[in-house]
Design a binder for this molecule. Structure first.
Ligand code: UDP
Length: 313
């Protein structure tokens, strides 16, 4: 029998999930990738299908599933994750954060597996504290359009801690801030794929509001590195993961126009409801615990992403 550790990655055919699957296969682990493909794509994991240690299961984790395999780690990443996606799939978003997390925790308990929950900076809502530390409880509109994602993830954190405290499950919670890189969907609706696609097509760049709202963008490789380090660290409270390099959406638009040598003009559209005005992670906890800091500068990460979009547009 093989001694290789087996990872179950829910949402493994999604943007971040597929990078995790790839990295784990490269590190000689076994990977079970589970995805219902509502926002994930087989294309993201097609390179992995020829590896004998990679197995794909098309399944919605919001419904129970019995897996025969030994499982050592569960990385629970299944969820729509873009504002457009959770507007299109509000019930699925609520179900995967609640029922899906419950099912994934049930598998972890049955298999005595370590469990890592992919939570989000959205648990802070439109934050009143800046930058956001893990100790901040957040400012979320429960009934707004983003509430389906924010509250599902807040529930997911609560049930993960309950399984940790009551069932002594070995759990981790990460709060992921805006992450980008190749493989994001063109129709994803998030700001970086939108701006790059518009810039490459010479279409207007759609800045929402006046573009004064801020975000802090992390390249996907930096995020994956931090996730795999945290899995091996004995720490159960939430850990912010992201890049604290904060900027306005308008300056991001200008940077993407310049890096892609585009002639696109900027236009201003309505600001979506409850769009957070500012967002920057305080990553002191991650730095200390993981001896990690994001390495990829925004310009370099954007150039890599622009090249990928140019080839795949
Ligand atoms: N945004 C924008 N134009 C777009 C898409 C997004 O100005 O075409 C803004 C959006 O209003 C938000 C920020 O960019 O302030 C980041 O949006 P995204 O959807 O990427 O994720 P969020 O951080 O809001 O979850």
């Amino acid at each position: 029998m093989s001694n290789k550790k087996t990872f179950l990655v829910t949402g493994g055919a999604g943007f971040i999930g597929s990078y995790l699957c790839e990295r784990l296969i490269r590190e000689d682990k076994k990977v079970i990738c589970l995805d219902n493909l509502i926002t994930g794509h087989m294309e993201n994991v097609k390179r992995l299908k020829s590896f004998k240690d990679f197995k794909f299961i098309k399944h919605d984790i919001s419904r129970p599933v019995i897996l025969k395999e030994r499982i050592d780690y569960i990385l629970h990443f299944a969820s729509p994750a873009s504002p457009i996606d959770y507007l299109n799939f509000p019930i699925q978003t609520l179900k995967v954060g609640s029922l899906g997390t419950h099912n994934a925790l049930g598998i972890a308990k049955a298999k005595k597996a370590k469990f890592l929950l992919a939570s989000t900076s959205e648990t802070y809502g439109d934050p009143k504290e800046h930058p956001q530390k893990e100790t901040y409880w957040g400012h979320v509109n429960t009934i707004g359009p983003r509430g389906v994602y924010d509250e599902a993830k807040r529930f997911a954190e609560a049930i993960t801690m309950a399984y940790h405290r009551y069932h002594k499950l070995d759990t981790r919670i990460i709060r992921i801030f805006n992450t980008y890189g190749p493989r994001m969907r063109m129709q994803d609706g998030r700001v970086i794929p939108n701006f790059i696609t518009q810039a490459l097509r010479g279409k207007p760049i759609t800045v929402y509001g006046r573009g004064t709202q801020t975000r802090s963008f992390c390249f996907v490789d930096d995020l994956v590195e931090a996730i795999l380090r945290l899995v091996e660290v004995d720490f159960h409270e939430p850990v912010n993961l992201g890049n604290p390099n904060e900027m306005t959406v308008l300056s991001l638009a200008k940077l993407i126009i310049s890096l892609s040598k585009s002639k696109s003009k900027i236009i201003y559209n309505d600001l979506p409801i409850d769009d957070p005005k500012q967002r920057q992670p305080d990553i002191s906890r991650a730095k200390k615990l993981l001896k990690w800091t994001p390495k990829v500068a925004l310009e370099s990460g954007l150039l890599t992403t622009i090249t990928w979009f140019r080839e795949n547009i």
